[in-house]
Design a protein around this ligand. Structure first.
Ligand code: B12
Ligand code: SF4
Length: 479
């Protein structure tokens, strides 16, 4: 059988794990397997017996549909085109009715039972992923390098015990699986594809596991215990011994943190430990702060979080949570902990329906300009908010009012902050903005909240002058 594996040409950090498992499956059956990222004319012109297209984020809808259509005629029997993965599970109905994709097979969920693709006893989800397909030195059709390549990517649990409204895990992995023994799989990867340094764990809620101690023991056995430097890197004639890090990339559940499980996690070399900070009410803030303090007390040095915004929160709540982390960093420093928290604001994305097909969703307390403003500030800080107070206050403002002002400034002023401070344009914008009355401010925000700017007739002189700064593309013309 001639099998083609496809991932659309979007930029993603992690390799397509689902396809890597499907590749292992077909190679076990002695089938010919080719993996391609995006569109490739030479491959499209061949005839295939089966095509698998993996899908990822729902907001990659257009690129995903486009690539399926691109290879649609490279097979005669359309039923042999299989689409699966995250988007296919979350937007199953939408895919089924998408014009131009008639006859294809859409698979929802995990391949965690035998017989989903063919009648045999193999459970594809448990197979060791085929790393050869993502190795550009071995795959002539691949011209894309995944950022996460020197890492094992797997999980020690599946699913989650909770059902948060903004999260897709309940649909993607509906059953909580408390323990997966990954040791054997890692050994096979080492033998077949070479040793990897780090371990990316996609566990959604590892602290919910009753087998946490076993999991930690397994990870230590695999070389991820604290202080372990078992990764050998050859550099010319020199041999370097390097630390191997674990990244639980989905963040841990602050509500489940306690002395016992934090001391278990502290046996590991985790970098960073991310603790979810989804809500700003008093109870959840207290829980979060306690969890971070416990982590610091247990000697975990690299701390992080996921700060969900654009859900039911207000911009003020985002600033408040960011600031809490700055204060915590100061507290850690004063207490002599060698620990810092880097914050990671995470914009909420819809997980179903039409709105999930793009990144355009706007939460009820947000608007397009505010969201774009946050993105612009974060672009300058590479998506993360560092621990230093002075830096934070400069980037995000020293109070909520300043934060909002920054987000409402023209994009050029946010992204080229230093230059615009030097040439006085930020000062000019601020003094104009601050002279607006409450009613004028309201009118002005109405004008800019869509983040779309065009020449307009504006009667109010102050508003007109301010608005004109949004139409300027060149910094030097701002002043
Ligand atoms: C790892 C991960 C990431 C990684 C990147 C992943 C990557 N591939 O590049 C990082 C940490 C960078 C990340 C970032 C984000 N993520 Co994320 N992430 C995940 C996570 C944990 C796993 C995704 C993954 O790669 N899975 C690998 C899968 C595909 O492999 P697998 O499980 O072995 O595959 C099985 C099945 O899917 C199926 N299958 C897979 N492919 C195929 C193909 C065929 C043909 C078939 C038949 C079957 C099949 O079979 C396999 C075996 O059972 C999911 C949550 C989850 N538990 O799924 C969230 C998730 C995908 N992320 C999500 C979000 C929102 C984000 C962010 C947007 C967050 C933010 N606001 O910043 C960012 C986006 C980054 C960007 N590019 O813009 C949401 C997606 C929601 C949506 N609307 O699409 C999810 C679902 C989390 C959630 N809580 O809801 N993420
Ligand atoms: S706890 Fe985390 S993984 Fe579980 S449902 Fe909530 S957001 Fe999703």
């Amino acid at each position: 059988m001639k099998v083609l594996l496809v991932e659309a040409g979007y930029k993603n950090k992690y390799p397509p794990l689902g396809l890597m498992k499907i590749s292992a499956y077909h190679k076990e059956l002695n089938d010919e397997v080719v993996f391609v990222k995006g569109k490739n004319k030479e491959i499209r012109e061949q005839k295939w017996d089966r095509i698998y297209v993996t899908t990822l984020f729902t907001f990659y809808w257009n690129k995903t549909i486009d690539v399926i259509k691109y290879y649609y005629n490279s097979i005669d029997n359309k039923k042999e085109i299989y689409i699966g993965g995250i988007l296919a599970t979350l937007l199953f109905e939408e895919l089924k009715t998408e014009p131009g994709l008639e006859g294809i097979t859409i698979i929802s969920g995990l391949l965690d039972k035998p017989g989903i693709l063919q009648t045999d006893n193999i459970i594809i989800d448990t197979l060791t992923p085929d790393y050869d397909i993502i190795d550009i030195s071995k795959n002539n059709y691949l011209n894309y390098e995944y950022e996460v390549k020197n890492s094992y990517i797997t999980s020690t649990t599946k699913g989650c015990i909770r059902n948060c409204k903004f999260c897709a895990v309940k649909t993607l992995e509906p059953t909580y699986l408390d323990y997966i023994d990954i040791k054997e799989q890692i050994k096979i990867i080492d033998k077949k594809y070479g040793e990897k340094r780090n371990l990316m764990l996609m566990d959604n809620n590892v602290l919910a596991s009753n087998s946490l101690v076993n999991i930690v023991d397994d990870l230590i056995e695999l070389g991820y215990g604290k202080g372990n430097k078992s990764y050998i890197k050859k550099s010319g004639n020199r041999t370097l011994r390097q630390t191997r890090y674990i990244d639980f990339n989905q963040g841990i559940d602050a509500r489940l943190v306690n002395e016992e499980n934090m001391s278990q996690l502290s046996r590991l070399e985790i970098k960073p430990l991310r603790i979810a900070f989804d809500h700003s009410d008093e109870k959840n803030v207290k829980i979060y702060v306690q969890a971070q303090k416990l982590a610091a007390k247990n000697g975990i040095k690299n701390l992080s979080n996921y700060i969900l915004f654009n859900f039911k929160d207000t911009p003020e709540e985002l600033y408040y949570r960011l600031n809490i982390n700055i204060e915590l960093n100061i507290e850690f420093m004063n207490a002599g902990f060698n620990t810092s928290i880097w914050s990671f604001p995470m914009k909420c994305m819809p997980i179903s329906g039409e709105l999930a097909k793009t990144r355009k969703y706007i939460g009820s307390h947000w608007n397009a300009k505010l969201l774009r403003g946050v993105q612009c500030v974060l672009n300058a800080t590479h998506g993360v908010v560092g621990p230093k107070k002075a830096f934070f206050q400069h980037a995000f403002g020293s109070n909520f009012e300043e934060f909002i002002e920054i987000l409402y400034m023209p994009e050029l002023l946010i992204t080229q902050r230093k230059k615009c401070e030097e040439n006085g344009s930020i000062e000019k914008w601020k003094s104009l903005f601050r002279t607006l009355t409450e009613i004028e401010k309201h009118q002005f925000i109405k004008l800019i909240e869509s983040n779309k700017f065009s020449e307009k007739v504006i009667i109010n002189k102050k508003i007109k002058q301010l608005y004109s700064m949004y139409l300027i593309k060149n910094i030097d013309s701002l002043i």
